[in-house]
Design a protein around this ligand. Structure first.
Ligand SMILES: C[S@@+](CC[C@H](N)C(=O)[O-])C[C@H]1O[C@@H](n2cnc3c(N)ncnc32)[C@H](O)[C@@H]1O
Length: 343
């Protein structure tokens, strides 16, 4: 495929992702879930303008997201419905459009940051990125974290099953990992910490909605300076590469762990060394790095702004620099993340 063909394909994809975000934000896919609709019916059900409804329906069918035999009535196939609407379900990718819009909205700010060298605070990326990240990761937390990842380290799993274990979830975002751990291990208490005020507020709602607010709490703060000790497990999911002092955070983790406790990290599954051209997932991570992770970390007044591409040898180096004698890369399959245990 030529570069021109690739860019054209990417442009089609980017434009279609924006139309997916229109459908998500306005509840158009939800309206189509139960039965096929005409433009007039969709306009009425979703309280939108009919002419826009018709154009969107035709475009969605042309893109292959909806089906229509007559160009008048449009249906949402069951498989597409689960990908676009079942938030928390194993196949959910309904916020891919929200993610893309979030990146695009801040691109002019990032261009300016390239000129000035300044950062773009995580909070400025707003709800599109916050929700985009959270919803992308949520299916993994709901379906793999406590059934595959933590049980892959039997000692950690057993410790969480024993009464009274305490878990600290650093860079917890909107709290789906903290809540998943609390739901799977009924005897644990979990504390989530994040630098982003909007994420912490949303995390409290996540815990309340899941009925675990009595065992899951959230604190606004910096993982590098958190001071409460005695945790059996410290988790960091897709956040170590975002932290402005990653070695300082890991050093702090050592201080916060109870005797015999572990740090469990999930971060990007990228190759061990720079490779160009890179595989698809690494390409995605590199694009996030340029557009989001590097500018957001640079806004933290960092000791070290790493960017998204956190390679396994770097994690090992950071872990040893932080004083962990026995860091290991875990043999847990996952398309997006690699896992580490530090002790
Ligand atoms: C990519 S998000 C991941 C959020 C969540 N763990 C997840 O997997 O959905 C990275 C998170 O790290 C948080 N973060 C960045 N630097 C931090 C720091 N120094 N201390 C605590 N949280 C931090 C950000 O606010 C953001 O919520």
């Amino acid at each position: 495929m030529t570069i021109a063909d690739r860019l054209l394909g990417a442009l089609i994809g980017a434009a279609e992702l924006c139309t997916v975000e229109i459908g998500r934000e306005l509840g158009l896919y939800s309206a189509l879930r139960d039965s096929p609709l005409t433009a007039a019916e969709l306009a009425k059900t979703a309280s939108i303008d009919e002419r826009y409804a018709r154009e969107w329906l035709e475009q969605q069918a042309a893109a292959g997201f909806l089906t229509s035999a007559d160009g008048v009535s449009f249906a949402l196939p069951a498989e597409t419905a689960s990908v676009l609407l079942d938030e928390g379900g194993p196949d959910f990718l309904g916020t891919a459009g929200e993610f893309a819009v979030g990146l695009g909205l801040l691109t002019p700010r990032v261009i300016e940051a390239f000129r000035t060298g300044e950062g773009v605070p995580y909070s400025e990326y707003g709800r599109h990125m916050r929700h985009g990240i959270a919803s992308f990761n949520r299916p993994m937390f709901a379906h793999q974290l406590t059934s595959e990842w933590l049980p892959a380290v039997p000692e950690v799993d057993a410790r969480l099953r024993a009464g009274g274990a305490r878990v600290l979830d650093l860079g917890c975002g909107v709290g789906h990992s903290s809540v998943a751990i609390a739901l799977a291990y009924p005897a644990v208490t979990v504390r989530g910490i994040d630098l982003d005020p909007a994420s912490i507020e949303e995390a409290r709602r996540t815990a309340a909605a899941a009925g675990v607010a009595d065992r899951v709490s959230f604190t606004l703060g910096d993982a590098a300076v958190e001071g409460e000790r005695g945790y059996d497990l410290v988790t960091i999911f897709e956040a170590l590469h975002d932290m402005g002092d990653p070695v300082g955070v890991l050093r702090n983790c050592r201080r916060l762990l109870a005797e015999g406790g572990s740090v469990f990290i999930g971060d990007e599954r990228v190759s061990d060394e720079f490779t160009a051209p890179a595989g698809e997932i690494e390409r995605l991570q590199y694009a996030f790095s340029v557009l989001h992770c590097l500018p957001a970390t640079r806004a933290e007044n960092p000791v070290h702004a790493h960017g998204t591409i956190l390679r396994a040898p770097t994690v090992m180096e950071w872990a040893r620099a932080a004083g962990f004698d026995d860091p290991s890369v875990l043999d847990i399959p996952n398309d997006f993340w690699r896992f580490y245990r530090l002790r």
